[in-house]
Design a protein around this ligand. Structure first.
Ligand code: SAM
Length: 335
């Protein structure tokens, strides 16, 4: 598919380029914020699975370009009473390297490295680094837009996605302050209820939200978890043992997610909210392309192409193999 046809088919892709966002995901965060006001009182943010970086882009000269930095950094910086210590901090982590963003501390790493939370000693140095960056203070908000490379097998994709969320939750239990918020991308599927119950162990308010910029055809949604309140006496080392209990007959008393949990008094309705301007752009619709003076349409390049995309090696191999085939063909013609 050409760039122009994607521009036509995907209004948020086009708008992202026009407005200077590295990815269309920026609109999802903005629409979640419109509904949940997630940045209120927030100074320190951990952006998990952050590349290419639209959620943590940092404003330098053009203030309206970035999400987290615009919301966080500028108001603090511009306030006459603020000192440098008041400036909010953003730490961004991703498997992939990310082009630098001024004001954002970047860590390249795999968030699932810390999955075996029992072995806390093996916990990734990156995580410890995160807290160091915040001068020992914990984060007010952790966002996680992580997604595996989808296979199209929904059960499998949902499972891998839930591993990312649980890895995110592990990090949350170490870096988020009490009362803080956690926003995580989820894939809706047969285990959504279980995930909801697991998150409810730590957050009294959990809502699943579908921003308007997220296609209806996608199983993606976002868990918006508010007011981090780990169970009394909670030890992050026990996270996985605790999560395993949810969904078993020995699960948390007040949240029985076991087989009968949709019955009678145990029935739980998961709050699900569409967010974003409902009369705004529709992510599943095609829009006509704006024409310039000579009647043509100029497609813009992405704001920041990935600097080391996972498919780079595949492209190099493809190029090398087509070069090889041409050389073989030439040899056979010559002989
Ligand atoms: N929020 C980002 C933005 O606005 O630019 C987009 C994130 S993109 C949808 C998903 C990201 O998850 C990818 O950059 C991918 O590298 C990252 N990711 C997937 N698995 C990961 C893992 N195990 N650890 C760290 N990052 C991971």
């Amino acid at each position: 598919m050409g760039k122009a046809s994607r521009d036509k088919r995907d209004i948020y892709y086009r708008k992202a380029k026009e407005e200077g966002w590295r990815a269309r995901s920026a609109f999802k965060l903005l629409q979640i914020d419109e509904e949940f006001n997630i940045f209120e009182g927030v100074k320190r943010v951990v952006d998990l699975c952050a590349a290419p970086g639209s959620w943590s882009q940092f404003v330098t000269r053009v203030p309206h370009l970035q999400v987290l930095s615009r919301k966080l950094y500028l108001p603090a910086k511009l306030s006459p009473d603020s000192s440098d210590n008041d400036l909010p901090l953003i730490v961004a982590i991703d498997l992939q390297p990310m082009a630098p963003i001024e004001g954002v501390i970047q860590v390249q790493g795999d968030i699932t490295n810390a999955r075996t939370a029992e072995v806390i000693a093996d916990y990734s140095n990156d995580l410890l680094q995160v807290i160091r960056h915040f001068d020992g203070c914990k984060a007010d908000l952790v966002v996680c837009d992580g997604a595996p490379d989808v296979t199209g097998l929904h059960d499998m994709d949902e499972f891998v996605q839930s591993q990312l969320i649980l890895a995110g939750l592990t990090i949350v239990t170490h870096v988020l302050r009490e009362g803080g918020k956690f926003i995580a991308k989820i894939f809706r599927g047969k285990d959504t209820n279980l995930l909801y119950c697991q998150l409810k162990l730590f957050f009294p308010v959990v809502t699943f939200a579908k921003p308007k910029s997220s296609r209806n055809s996608s199983i993606e949604a976002f868990a918006v978890c508010e007011n981090y309140s780990p169970p009394e006496g909670f030890n992050p080392k026990d996270l996985y043992r605790l999560l395993e209990k949810v969904g078993s007959p020995f699960g948390a008393d007040d949240l029985d997610c076991s087989s009968g949990w949709l019955e009678g008094v145990n029935k739980v309705y998961i709050p699900f909210l569409a967010c974003g301007d409902l009369s705004g752009y529709h992510s599943d619709r095609s829009y006509p392309l704006p024409k310039v003076a000579d009647g043509t349409y100029q497609s813009l390049d992405p704001v920041q192409p990935p600097i080391a995309p996972p498919y780079k090696r595949a492209l190099e191999m493809k190029k090398a193999s087509s070069r090889g085939i041409k050389e073989l063909e030439k040899l056979s013609l010559d002989s």
